[in-house]
Design a binder for this molecule. Structure first.
Ligand code: FAD
Length: 460
């Protein structure tokens, strides 16, 4: 970026947050995001503290022709929170939340994490559906759709979004809802970061917990095919309140597993019952009879604790390469491919998971919001995850290989939030039949494609 220092100084004079540039002590930390594969060098990282800061930064980027990236929680696997040479609008200082328990509503700033949101709402025994790793950003997750343990019962995160405050490419602050800028509100619910910087989200809340029945039941990989078949049959008749995901990987050193199985192949069923734990107990019992479990850790625990249960396996700083498919059914041929892949894991941190969504996520019409995948019963993710750069090729190769082997069984759709940086050819599949309408809305709100460091929608 070639920008006169006088222009930067003038910007700094008005901006209330911190401005971090190359050479500053804070620079290397400020450009780090969750996926250690991403090593980008922005010219400026501006840490906004208010919506006015965001307006200044958007205007500054636009008026000076700078490449712009927006950082929420910094979790996006493709690294779209950072850019080379341009300016990063970093929202990580904007996390405040305000809950109206009587109206069952929360308003939260655009840089909050799932942990921030859960902490504020669970103080009132309320929650909205979010993802499974508490350090993820609310913003990126929501703008792509958002799903987690509560989604079968209460829908996608976007299905609970009531309004958003957005700084548009023109530097205007607008409120988008079903009645204000409804086209923008439609596009924000699945169109990812294409339409502006969201400074506030307003969500509808549901009574949840604060204690819930949740946990893990673990089987050996030798039983995986039988477990997966029974899992499929079980879920076909499970109530919406019960979520069960399947994770295949090497067993981590979990205290409830015998030491001799640590590091060996396993399939874990991870579950949450979003209702009275006493009603959930008999419902989950059949999950224990899919074979002889290696161990289980299931009980009544704070919802917040379960929301953070996977954090130790998903810490920032590892190298990650993911591939993802949606599935409307799970076929036996897919199970064979999964098991073969798990038998050839290239690193102890690699895994394949099936997130069972279905339920309430499938009920809205595909055109009711930008997120189009209302046919997805399962979202599969192959997590290539390792530590050393020397292992890049092997681990990426493994993820790609399984992705190819599982493709014949997939629906063709893909969750936009799980696309990696080299999957430009899948962006249309991620927006599906809603792409053309998204391109029209993009033309209205961002005709010059200022917001393009993302899974980009070209203005019509
Ligand atoms: C370990 C892990 C677990 C995950 N689990 C789940 C899960 O259970 N469910 C699920 O649905 N997803 C899950 N995801 C995917 C996650 O939703 C995406 O990675 C999402 O993009 C993360 O949002 P972020 O704000 O942290 O990311 P960032 O990298 O900060 O942002 C991603 C993009 O979103 C846009 N953006 C961010 N903030 C704003 C804003 N305030 N206004 C406008 N645009 C913005 C920008 O375009 C940015 O490039 C997971 C990801 C990881 C790494």
């Amino acid at each position: 970026m070639k920008l006169q220092s006088t222009k930067i100084d003038a910007f700094k004079g008005k901006f209330r947050g911190e401005v971090v540039s190359p050479g500053d002590e804070a620079y290397d930390d400020a450009r780090k995001i969750w996926n250690a594969m991403i090593d980008k060098h922005p010219a400026l990282i501006v840490r906004c503290t208010t919506p006015s800061d965001v307006v200044l930064a958007v205007n500054f980027a636009r008026d000076n022709g700078l490449l712009l990236a927006v950082r929420g929680g910094g979790h996006n696997i493709a690294g779209s929170a950072m850019c080379d040479d341009g300016i990063v609008i970093d929202l990580s200082q904007m996390k405040a939340a305000s809950v109206d328990p009587a109206a069952r509503r929360v308003t939260i700033e655009g840089g909050a994490t799932l942990a921030d949101l859960d902490a504020s709402t669970q103080a009132h025994g309320l929650a909205t559906p979010l993802g499974i790793n508490s350090t993820t950003g609310v913003a990126g997750l929501t703008l792509g759709g958002g799903f987690g343990w509560l989604s079968r019962k209460h829908g996608m995160t976007i299905d609970n979004l009531e309004s958003a405050e957005v700084v548009t490419a023109a530097g205007e602050v607008v409120r988008a809802s079903n009645t204000e800028h409804p086209d923008l509100f439609w596009a924000l619910r699945g169109g990812s970061g294409n339409f502006g910087v969201v400074t506030h989200f307003e969500f509808h809340l549901h009574p949840v917990g604060p204690d819930v029945l949740s946990g893990l039941i673990v089987y050996p990989i030798s039983a995986a095919k039988s477990v997966l078949r029974q899992y499929r049959e079980f879920l076909a008749q499970a109530p919406d309140a019960l979520s069960v995901w399947a994770v295949l990987r090497q067993a981590p050193p979990l205290p409830f597993l015998p030491e001799e199985v640590h590091g060996t192949g396993m399939i874990a069923l991870a579950l949450l019952y979003a209702g009275d734990p006493k009603l959930g107990e008999p419902l989950i019992d059949p999950l224990r009879g899919f074979g002889t479990p290696l161990g289980e850790h299931v009980g009544v625990q704070p919802y917040i604790a379960w929301q953070q249960a996977f954090d130790p396996l998903l810490t920032p700083g590892a190298r990650n390469y993911w591939k993802s498919h949606n599935f409307s059914t799970l076929q036996d041929g897919l199970f064979d491919a999964v098991i073969e892949s798990i038998e050839n894991l290239p690193s102890p941190q690699c895994e394949i998971f099936f997130g069972a969504i279905g339920g309430a996520t499938t009920r809205p019409a595909p055109e009711s919001a930008a997120y189009a995948h209302r046919d997805a019963q399962f979202v599969m993710n192959v997590h290539g995850r390792w530590q050393e750069q020397a292992d890049d090729e092997r681990c990426i190769g493994w993820a790609r290989e399984f992705f190819k082997a599982s493709a014949p069984f997939a629906s063709g759709g893909v969750y936009v939030n799980f696309l990696t940086a080299d999957e430009g050819d899948r962006v249309r599949s991620a927006y599906g039949p809603n792409y053309d309408r998204l391109a029209q809305v993009k033309r209205t709100y961002d005709p010059d494609n200022l917001f393009r460091t993302n899974q980009n929608i070209q203005p019509a």
